[in-house]
Design a protein around this ligand. Structure first.
Ligand code: CDP
Ligand code: MG
Length: 133
């Protein structure tokens, strides 16, 4: 049993898709252990996405993640990290498979509706980032 960090990004929350997306996770057997709807500062987005700091899209990405409310969740399931990545689909919604969240809701490579941790190490770091008290 693993835990992973999921974020419903501003483009999806803005379209009131957060409940619909949460239902998809639950229907696929994920348990939502923790969740909160928040808006973060750009400086926090920069810290969260630090791994991408040398990428050309880094500044826009951090502006975007801090541009409106997001829903952050700890999801639990067997193989949660990989299962969530599969359910999300490819980074660019154009490349995402039928039945994935990004295929269904993603608008563009930047406004792709959801984030999911990509490894167990990063899952722990990202869960602590949002939920360490
Ligand atoms: O989110 P994912 O792990 O699938 O992709 P990533 O390569 O870790 O990139 C993080 C986020 O940066 C993506 O989800 C996109 O929102 C954004 N991105 C972008 O705006 N332009 C790119 N060329 C690549 C990624
Ligand atoms: Mg990533």
């Amino acid at each position: 049993i693993e835990q992973t960090l999921s974020i419903i990004k501003p483009d999806a929350v803005e379209r009131n898709l957060d409940n619909e997306i949460k239902e998809i996770f639950k229907n696929k057997g994920f348990i939502i252990l923790k969740e909160k709807k928040i808006q973060i500062e750009k400086s926090e987005a920069e810290k969260f996405y630090k791994v991408h700091e040398t990428k050309p899209f880094y500044n826009d990405l951090c502006d975007y993640l801090s541009s409106g409310p997001i829903v952050v969740m700890v999801l639990q399931k067997e193989n949660a990290i990989l299962e969530n990545r599969k359910l999300m689909g490819a980074t660019n919604p154009i490349d995402a498979e039928e039945g994935t969240i990004r295929k269904k809701y993603g608008i563009s490579i930047d406004k792709n509706s959801v984030h999911g941790s990509d490894s167990s190490e990063n899952a722990q770091i990202e869960i602590d980032f949002f939920f360490k008290d």
